[in-house]
Design a protein around this ligand. Sequence first.
Ligand code: NOJ
Length: 574
Amino acid sequence: MGTAAGDVDERAPPVRFEELTRQTVPSPGGGDAAVSADWWRGATIYQVYPRSFADADGDGSGDLAGVRSRLGYLADLGVDAIWLTPWYPSPMADGGYDVADYRAIDPAFGDLAEAEGLIADAFAMGIRTIIDVVPNHVSSEHAWFRAAVAAGPGSPERDRFWFRDGRGPRGEQPPNGWTSNFGGGAWTRLTSPEGTPEQWYLHLFAPGQPDLNWDHPDVRREYQDILRFWFDRGVAGIRIDSAALLAKDPRLPDLPDGTPDAGAHPYVDRDELQDIYRGWRRIGDSYGGDRVLIGEIWLADVDRFVRYLRPDILHSAFNFDFMTAPWDARRLRRSIESTISAHAVVGAPPTWVLSNHDVTRPVTRYGRTDTAFAFDTKRFGTPTDLGLGTRRARAAALLAMALPGAYYLYQGDELGLPEVEELPLERLQDPMYARSGGVDPGRDGCRVPIPWSGDIPPYGFGAAGGRTWLPQPDDWGRYTVNAQLNDPDSMLSLHRDALRLRRDLPDLGDGALEWVRSEPEVIAFRRGPDLVCVTNLGTSPAHLPRHTGVWVTSRPMEGGRLPPDTTAWLRLRH
Ligand code: NOJ
C-alpha cells in the first residue's frame, strides 16, 4: 500500500473516461443522452450490492461478471448510473466496508480487468458507474495497519491511526468512553506477540475497521491518489462512506453532555472536513467536470448538511431525513420542504432515497405500526402487514421519483422484496447482530441475493442447486424478475413505467416544484405545466385536482378518487 502517485501510470494503460465520453451514448429512453456535466442532478441511480446481485461463477456469492451479464436489465429499467458498494479485497468483517487494498478487486468479485470491462460495458449502454470509497477507516488487514501493529508504540506507522495507551494503572481502561456505531466500545486493545496487553486503537465501527488519522499528510495524499486511480479508469462518481466522521478532535475528549455546538463534536461533522473535500473536488473537476462526489452524511441539521454541498465541495449527498421519516403526510411534507429550501441556498439538487443496504426494506417498514426507520429500534419479530407495506412502498416510490433532484433505487426494491427476517441465526454475518448481543437483527435481511427466475432457490441468481451466501426464502418465486416482467401490475412494471416517464418528461428530475393545495393527509405538487403528483397518506379516498389524464398510478383509482396509500401522476394537458 502507500502507492505513490507516480506508480499508477506505470500499470497497464487504464480505460480513460475521456475516450469513453467521446463515444455517442445510447439512451435506453431514446433520444440523445448527450454527455453532460450535469447528468447527475436529476439522475436515477441504482445501487448494486455486488455480493447479492448476480453470481456468474456459481460460488453462491455475486460477482462483477454477474453484474455485467445483467446490464441489459438495468438499461431496460431506465437507470442512468449504478453505484456499487465496495468491491475491493476485504476480510468482510463489515460486508466489504473493511477495505484491505483500495486499488484492487476482491478475487470473489473478479479482477481489475473485469471492473474496467464493467465500467466500459455499462457506459456503452448509457449507464455511468459510481464506486464506494471508504476513507474513515481501513481493514485491520490493510498494509498500513499491519505495519502499525508490527512497528509498535511510538512508531511513525502508528501515527496514521489513533493508537493510545489505556487509562487506569495498567492501561486496562480504554482511552475514552466513545462507543462503536455497531454497539460496544470504540476501542480495542492489542496484545503483543509475547502476550502482554499493549496499546488501544480506535474504531468507530467494527474492530476490523481501524479509524485513520486524517491529520496525517500520508492519509490525505493516499486518498487523493485513490480517487485519481479510479477516475483514470472511467468511474463517473465516488460515494464517500461515513463522510462526516473522518476528522477527529486530536485530544480525543469524551463526548460532552447534551448536544455540542455545530462543528464542536469530537468526531461528527467537524469543520476540517470541508477542506478535505475541497481538495477532492479539485481532483474531480480536473477530469472534465462530469465526475461527482456523493457524501454519505447522516446529520439531523439540514443547514449543516448542505454546507457540504456548496459549489466547491461535494456535488450531492444522501437525504436520510426523507428516508427515515414515517409514512405521515405532515412529516414527509415538512421533510420535502426543508430539504428543497436548504438545497436551494447552495444550488445543489436534493436526493430522494427510500432505502439502501443498511436499512429495512420499504415494503416491510411501511407495513408496520412504526413506519419510521431508526437503527436502534430494529428488533426480531416486529409484526408486519406486507400487503399494506407494499401499497405504501409503491406510493412512496412514485412520490420520490416525482420530486426534484436525483433518485436512488436499491437493488430488489423494484421487485418489492421484503426484508428477510427468518434467516437462520447461524448464517447472519452483520457485525450489528453480533455486537448487539443478538438483540438487533442487523442488516442481512435486506442483503439477500436477488431472485431472477424460476420457482426454487437460487432463482437464477447463480448455479442451479447452488447454495447462496445468505439463504433465499422458499416463496420468492413470485418476486423474480421473470415472474414480474410481463405483469403490468407488478412492482417491476411500475418502476419501469415510471422511470421511463421520468426520463421522457422534461419536467421531472432536476428542477422546481410548486405545491398544490390539498387535504392535510394528501401531498400534492406540480412539476412543470403537464404533471401533478398526488399522494394520499390518509385513510379515505381523496379528491383529485382537475386533470385531463393519468400518466401512472401506484393503484387504480376508485370512482375518480385516489385510494388511501396511493400516488398518481396526473396529466394536465390534452
Ligand atoms: C456506511 C455503510 O453504508 C455501512 O454499510 C457501513 O457498515 C458503514 N458505513 C461503515 O463503513
